[in-house]
Design a protein around this ligand. Structure first.
Ligand code: NAD
Length: 351
């Protein structure tokens, strides 16, 4: 039987690498093409263990380059795409919104245009867009985002993801492209670039550096272990109803300051330090502009329709994550050298 060709974009990044590994390991009947530009956030070290697998191919390329994307689609008959490539960090979107428009909006539209040809040749072709709960804006103390919550993005990042979601839906309506979208809450786990809260704080605690908490620390987020997200993506890709969106979340809300304290406790234990040592590193810093107070996801649709739920508790997930960063100091040192240092100094110059 001929193999199916599945394109995964952004597969060298944090979530993408977990999705690529899962698909390469579970689906020998697929040829997985990982398309990634290898920006600062993309790292092929994330996939070292599977790079020799016969059903895995890496393609270096930029989704903002329409000519390149069209050539790729004319060379390979894809049966589906799982699109994760994006600029993904809110703070960076505040200092450089245009690069978010380029990659997240223009890049997605380039992929949609190229997909129209695949979809004509193969009516079963599926465009799966991976998105974020941040497109819904901010909640007060009560309530949850569900699939019919109106879009109300507040940061250049979330505005660019909202725009790309709209384009995907519009291509479905206008050109009959088969699509599915999922909007997920904050992910954490192995291989996350240490500009994001959890790996940043693990790294800083190891190095005895301050833990910069925005504002009063009362911002609330829902957290999901990345491998649970990869499993949800697998289910939505294979069993999700086409033309639908699914919210994915951990049923796991934490205020940033409480999460930081929990992380400090687990790290003190791991490092054999006296309880309370790491907490002394907490430093409150000037708030991020347009900071959303609270995100929380109602993930009951994916739970009821596809039987998905998170497999680990937050404490279990955090322990696995901490263990991974301890076992992979080399990875951490490699990604925190060079450009990262410059970025870090600019971002946290307040203290
Ligand atoms: P990431 O920043 O770790 O990885 C992004 C990947 O995309 C990198 O490998 C990068 O090299 C690649 N990339 C960037 N620009 C590109 C371009 N122009 N052409 C080709 N490749 C390019 O991101 P992540 O945290 O893994 O997020 C993946 C996706 O999931 C994003 O679409 C993001 O919006 C979404 N998402 C992330 C979270 C989260 O908590 N991290 C939550 C919900 C949704």
């Amino acid at each position: 039987m001929e193999k199916k060709n599945i394109l995964i974009t952004g597969g060298a990044g944090f979530i993408g690498s977990h999705v690529v590994r899962r698909f390469v390991e579970l689906y020998g009947e697929y040829q997985i093409f990982n398309l990634d530009a290898l920006t600062y956030a993309g790292n092929l070290e994330n996939l070292k263990d599977i790079e020799q697998a016969p059903n895995y191919s890496f393609v270096k390329g930029d989704i903002t380059d329409a000519g390149f994307v069209n050539d790729l689609f004319s060379q390979i008959n894809f049966d589906g795409i799982i699109h994760l490539a994006a600029e993904s960090h809110v703070d960076r979107s505040i200092s450089d919104p245009l690069s978010f428009v380029r990659t997240n909006v223009l890049g997605t539209v380039n992929l949609l245009n190229a997909s129209l040809q695949s979809s004509k040749a193969n009516p079963a072709f599926l465009f799966y867009h991976i998105s974020t709960d941040e497109v819904f804006g901010s909640l007060g103390q009560e309530g949850l985002f569900n699939e019919s919550t109106a879009y109300d993005p507040n940061s250049p990042y979330s505005a660019s993801k909202a725009s790309s979601d709209h384009f995907v839906r519009a291509y479905g309506e206008t050109y009959d492209l088969r699509y599915v979208i999922s909007n997920c809450s904050n992910n954490y786990g192995p291989n996350q670039f240490p500009e994001k809260l959890i790996p940043l704080f693990i790294n800083n605690i190891i190095k005895n550096k301050p833990l910069p908490v925005y504002g009063d620390g009362n911002y609330t987020r829902d957290w999901l272990y990345v491998k649970d997200h990869a499993e949800a993506i697998d289910l939505v890709f294979h069993k999700g109803r086409k033309g639908e969106t699914y919210n994915i979340g951990g049923f796991n809300e934490w205020k940033n300051i409480e999460l930081t304290r929990l992380l400090c406790q687990l790290m003190d234990k791991k490092l054999g330090r006296k309880e309370g040592t790491s907490e002394k590193l907490i430093t409150f810093v000037k708030d991020r502009p347009g900071h959303d107070l609270r995100y929380a996801i109602d993930a009951s649709k994916i739970n009821k329709e596809l039987g998905w739920k998170p497999s680990v508790t937050f404490e279990e997930g955090l322990e696995k994550t901490i263990d991974w960063y301890f076992e992979n100091q080399k990875w951490l040192d490699q990604v925190t050298s060079g450009n990262y240092r410059e970025y870090y100094q600019k971002q946290y110059q307040e203290y």
